[in-house]
Design a protein around this ligand. Sequence first.
Ligand code: GCW
Length: 754
Amino acid sequence: MTSTDPSRPHPAWLPPEAFRAIGAHHTLVYGDGTLVDTVYDEVGRARARYGGTVRRLSGQATEPERAGADETPADLVLALAPTGSPPAGGALPAEVGSELGAEVAGLGPEGFALARRGGVTVLLAAAPAGLLYGLFHLVRLGPAAFGADRPVEAHRPALRLRLVSHWDNLDVHPVMGQVERGYAGGSIFWRDGAPAGDPERIRAYARLLAACGMNAMTVNNVNVHGTATRLLTDRLDDVAAIADLVRPYGIRVHLSVNFAAPVSLGELPTADPLDERVRAWWAKAAGRLYEAIPDFGGFMVKADSEGQPGPYRYRRDHADGANMLADALAPFGGVVHWRAFVYNHRQDWRDRSTDRARAAYDHFTPLDGRFRDNVILQVKHGPIDFQVREPVSPVLTAMPNTRLALEVQATQEYTGQQRHVCYLGPYWSEVLRFAPWGPGRPTVASLVAGPADDGDGAPAGNGGGASAGGGGLVVVSNVGDDHYWTGHPLAQANLYAVGRLAWAPDLDPVAVLDEWIDLTFPASATGDPDSEPGAGSDGEPGIGSDGELGTEPDSGSDRKPDADRETLRGTLHALMDDSWRTYERYTAPLGVGFMVAPGHHYGPDVDGYEYSRWGTYHFADRDGVGVDRTRASGTGFTGQYPQPWSDRYESLADCPDNLLLFFHHVPYRHVLRSGATVVQHIYDTHFAGVDQVARMRRRWDRIGGSGLVDAALHARVADRLAEQQRCAEEWRDQVNTYFLRKSGVPDAHGRRIH
Ligand code: GCW
């Protein structure tokens, strides 16, 4: 049952019921170390609830630890096999053990292999992290892990560094608040300059991250101001305290740093990266960090970007800056995430020769090959800024000698700010699967995965050296101290999905959504102690713990759990599967981007950025709309892509419709590949998008009062859907009216445009 205790964080995808299958079995855990302790504790909690047993055999201990009924033969074995050879004895069937052991040897520090034979499920990993990820894999499998025999399956993450970037401020920023672009309450780490004071929430967060596959996080905003600079010095203990909380779940802490920290802290007159005093200052800072946090991950840096300090002030380039910090971290195995989000944010809108889309490529590609091996260049997925539709950034294709990370945004700055349902899994999946050199050639996922490693057990992503591989994936967090973590309860799915896609970019995002639904809204079987009134949470109705629609929760015999589940699953898919495209339909059309209210970026303002300094224009006039980024007549941005995309984007006939206005300025009556004119497409999609939201709302209303989901959660989503509809109508009316007035072309269907 989904907890509704408003004073505690929502369990998200780890409610106790998710552990039902594991908890009902007899488990043997082999191995030592913090993460194995975590596995043992997790199984221990589950078995206490669901009646199984757990024993532990440690490398050192002579006597096994036990919990629950004694001496029951294990039917689940979770074992560390560091050298590929499984532990001898116990319940491990020898033949399965050696088969799995052979697999595990090549799976690296986070991989695991499992099989089920003769009524025993066996999971082996070469290192403790693998055992932890294996446990959460079993959680996802649920009863399927304990049914018929299962052949050997091997799992390892495609991307070794999977990091959540928090734009959390230490001090409350006068404009941005406690969390920059945060739509889920305050920060889980900081409040008014001090630690937020809820260690249990941070632990619970780490657990959720591990369960979806993430392994690192930054704890402060990339815009580093005020007290945040001091996390490097006298506030280091606060960072160490967070690291201690998240370590048991395999999460490493990274820190965003201010490039000018030695100056802003008043310790040096310069932050010149080639100045020996500066280099020594950072080396000392790194030494202090690793003394306090031995597994510290490294630095994230936003330099020479939107007013943040950087190496340009000293006539040095980004490689000089990043390498200086990399050298400070290298002795300890740390990495520098150096952001490629660099552009002129003081552009003159009259100047048509400057194109913000070009900026990252122009700044960084000349530096390819100059970065240290422990520098990761962190590239936003699109060339502009997390718009609802952008092409993939060409920087990712043009730096073969640099470790690259893909940066995506779970916080819905430009996608409805967690008031609108917008499941971004399909978007990220498209980006990860995009093949910049055409079908059959490398994908974005493979570019950020880097060269395949040999599974030699090197520390995940942090070893430095070319063999350390790619830079993985960075996601800007959508989490805050809200009860549901993400403001909109359904936005939890975005965090879940990003972890799963970072682990396995080929996953179908709709299947990932199914996983999230099954875990988050578990079916309570008859006989579940938690589904009895008064047990576990507060007795609010939960999925499957109720009777038929409209009857009292927990009322007994007339349950139809399968039908209920299908109703709920169908409702959630109806709301979420296509929600990203729905959002796209009622907002900025055909890849043109922005048209949002300046500053906070919520709701429509078609010309809000048109005459500003930010470089995000649509150039609509009486004849047409869109940005000419062609080589033939525009900014030449299409030339930053390799073939075949360079030519496809260049060609008016071949450019995909959904990016047409990103690449071309066209007349309103230009006919799209779909057969519609541009202006008619704008009208049609804006009407359709709003209709879709209205249908989503009706669908959600239908399950109100049914007990299929917790009442408070239902109400929260219902409120937000009402706001989504209001806002979508505003978008529709402003955009349609704007283009009717500009173009003078009436709607072919005569619908009402104002
Ligand atoms: O999307 C923009 C946001 C800024 C953010 C910046 C960035 C942290 O509007 O709030 O600053 O991107 O990515 O650095």
